[in-house]
Ligand binder design. Structure first.
Ligand code: HEC
Length: 127
């Protein structure tokens, strides 16, 4: 499993290197904190399995992020705290009966990387 993730990361990084950072840049809302480009890579590796590659959600797993009023209502700091804690099924705030694991199940993620992911999540939100 771990091997698979490493392979995926290497493939992603080489694809990104091939793009040369030129045309692939996406305009992101300026939060001034995270880097949505780095965040996308981390999101695809850690979060997409449950939330979908574009945050559209996966039936029976992670919630749709594109229309989430929760995400829209939270500051980056609040989302950082939320992601670090997750939302277990025992949490009264849980809405699906499925657990959101702390840091999406990847304890190696740093605050900085989580802020990158948050910056990317903001780009997924439909207004
Ligand atoms: C194992 C599956 C899984 C993974 C991996 C996962 N999540 Fe989740 N996530 C969930 C589930 C399930 C919920 C909904 C919990 C509930 O019932 O309220 C959720 C909810 C959320 C919410 C709140 C959405 C809302 O509208 O309430 C955010 C934000 C979030 N996840 C971010 C992330 C991020 C960022 C990552 C990667 C670091 C991640 N998740 C990885 C399963 C997952």
């Amino acid at each position: 499993m771990r091997r698979w993730i490493v392979v995926l990361l290497v493939v992603l990084l080489s694809v990104l290197a091939a793009c040369g950072g030129g045309g692939g840049q996406q305009a992101a809302p300026a939060t001034g904190k995270g880097d949505p480009i780095k965040g996308e890579q981390l999101f695809v590796v850690t979060c997409a399995a449950c939330h979908g590659p574009k945050g559209e959600g996966v039936q029976g797993l992670g919630k749709d992020m594109t229309t989430s009023p929760f995400i829209a209502s939270q500051t980056d700091e609040q989302l950082l705290e939320f992601i670090k804690k997750g939302r277990d099924t025992s949490d009264p705030a849980n809405t699906t009966g499925v657990a959101m694991p702390p840091k999406g199940g990847n304890p190696a993620l740093t605050d900085e990387q989580l802020l990158d992911i948050i910056a990317y999540m903001r780009t997924l939100q439909k207004k």
